[in-house]
Design a protein. Structure first.
Ligand SMILES: [Zn+2]
Length: 113
């Protein structure tokens, strides 16, 4: 009966239209985040077997992808900048981590959201 509206009579004798019966809400969505002028497609990344609490994959238009995650040891990214210049050296992380934190997709405190 999707989309059918039928009138009903309320207790006061007024004729009122019934609410239309609709199917479940459907949403097809995509999240794109611009970092330093480059558009990254942001996709949830299923947690792996390690201590990953929340993870995302950021994909550039050229196909390059970086995995950003909140783990039991903090925020990590597999981009070269994080691996060679940031890991263990500063709390802020790379531009990918900064962007994900700035938009609330990952949390520096380590809370599960
Ligand atoms: Zn990164």
């Amino acid at each position: 009966m999707t989309g059918v509206a039928i009138a009903r009579v309320d207790p006061a004798g007024e004729i009122r239209p019934r609410r239309r019966i609709v199917g479940p809400a459907r949403a097809v969505c995509r999240l794109t985040m611009a970092i330093n002028g480059v558009d990254y497609r942001v996709e949830p990344n299923p947690a792996g077997p390690f201590d990953v609490r929340k993870a995302y994959r950021l994909r550039k238009p050229d196909g390059t992808a970086y995995d950003v995650a909140l783990t039991g040891h903090g925020l990590t990214c597999d981009c070269p900048d994080f691996i060679f210049h940031r890991d263990g050296l500063g709390p802020d992380g790379c531009k990918h981590i900064k962007a994900m934190v700035a938009y609330g997709l990952l949390d520096r405190t380590g809370r599960k959201e």
